[in-house]
Design a protein around this ligand. Structure first.
Ligand SMILES: C[S@@+](CC[C@H](N)C(=O)[O-])C[C@H]1O[C@@H](n2cnc3c(N)ncnc32)[C@H](O)[C@@H]1O
Length: 378
């Protein structure tokens, strides 16, 4: 017996009965994004202590404060332009945007003046919540339901892991069928040229087309090597469930991000890998650069009122974000750039990072021949 939202279960069953087993990506899309019943689109998803899982953002404001410093550095790097756009996708209730804007307003008024904040939000229920959270910043924010051209930074935290995936391994693909009153997996041979993460690859292609100049920063949990496991995680009320057929529409379904394929697809679409590292090193790099204020080349941002923690609560936040056994190693950060001087110094967050090419196993050579040799993913 399956559990979850009965209307959603009925609807998925009806579709399978009509057209036979469906890809797992279709099932996952319904479970998370069905317009009325999806876990996200219905607004049912709750993040944080009283919800289903934690994210960097729900840990507290420190994450947004530190990212604010990184964004200020990028703004300087792009020549302190007006109408510098911060584009966020997967903004949930708008908390990250508020943490960034509050921090930048306080520490870097010049950057605050120059920036605009665009939230790409297809779901009306989240737009409503975001506009409540961001009431004080109404003049700075604009909403769009899809990606539009921009100069600045695209930021996301845990967006990619929530994109629908196909379940493919060893030349076989798992489809979702029905057996009596249960959903079951039905295996079939994989058709040629099917990518398990085609939604994420299509998304990075679109971001690459819309970004005119600047950076893309993605924070997510994933793998950078051959240890990649193509299994989904299902979570509700801080518990891992055994199967995606439990709590359908009431639970989150995610998969580790396959960073090399994202980086490779980005490169094939005109983006450059500007850095890749785990969250521990990324945030430590940013924190180490907060002290640059007052150096011979002062930054525009006055980070002298450092966001670094001095209360016990803020210290716990920092520990959760940095500790290797908490979020520090589980999460990674990939930065991509376009039309930015390739000889520019590393961004602060990548000060302690290893060379991205070696960690990701991707090459800067993106000719069709070279990509074919490496069994290209995009
Ligand atoms: C795991 S939650 C992360 C929320 C938030 N970034 C955080 O860290 O707390 C994933 C979010 O991505 C959103 N999302 C998924 N696909 C999206 C898309 N194509 N455009 C905008 N948001 C999307 C979901 O609605 C959900 O709010």
């Amino acid at each position: 017996m399956n559990s979850g939202n009965p209307d959603l279960i009925r609807l998925i069953r009806a579709e399978i009965e009509k057209r036979g087993p469906v890809s797992f990506a279709w099932f996952m899309h319904q479970a998370l994004y069905h317009p009325q019943h999806g876990y996200y689109s219905s607004g049912r998803c709750a993040i944080g202590r009283k919800g289903d899982y934690f994210t960097n953002v729900s840990v507290g404001p420190l994450f947004g404060q530190l990212l604010g410093a990184q964004l200020a550095e990028i703004w300087e790097r792009l020549g302190k332009i007006d109408n510098f756009m911060i584009v966020e996708q997967g903004a949930h209730d708008g908390q990250f945007a508020r943490d960034v804007l509050e921090s930048v307003q306080k520490r870097s008024p010049e950057f605050f003046e120059a920036l605009r904040y665009r939230i790409v939000e297809p779901f009306p229920i989240f737009q409503e919540r975001q506009s409540r959270t961001l009431e004080l910043f109404r003049d700075k924010i604009e909403w769009r339901s899809s990606l539009q051209p921009f100069i600045g930074v695209h930021f996301s935290n845990e967006l990619l892991d929530a994109m629908p995936v196909r379940l493919i391994s060893n030349g076989r693909e798992k489809f979702v069928g029905v057996d009596g009153d249960k959903f079951i997996f039905v295996e079939r041979l994989v058709e040629d040229d099917v990518k398990f993460n085609e939604a994420a690859l299509g998304w990075i292609e679109l971001v690459a087309a819309k970004l005119h100049r600047g950076y893309v920063i993605m924070v997510d949990y994933g793998c950078s090597d051959a240890e990649f496991q193509g299994d989904v995680q299902v979570r509700a009320r801080h518990r891992n469930l055994d199967s995606p057929f439990e709590q359908i529409g009431h639970a989150d379904i995610t998969m580790h991000v396959d960073w090399p394929s994202i980086a490779e697809c980005a490169q094939a679409n005109g983006l450059r890998v500007a850095g890749f590292t785990d969250q521990h090193h990324f945030l430590t790099g940013i924190m180490s650069e907060l002290g640059r204020v007052g150096s011979p080349e002062p930054t525009a941002a006055d980070w002298s009122q450092s966001p670094l923690p001095d209360s016990p609560k803020a210290k716990r936040e920092l520990q959760t974000l940095l500790h290797p056994e908490m979020l520090g190693r589980a999460f990674q950060v990939l930065a991509l750039s376009k039309n930015v001087d390739p000889a520019a110094p590393k961004l602060a967050g990548f000060k302690f990072a290893r060379k991205p090419d070696s960690v990701l196993g991707v090459s800067r050579d993106t000719t069709p021949e070279s990509r074919a040799r490496r069994g290209h993913r995009c």
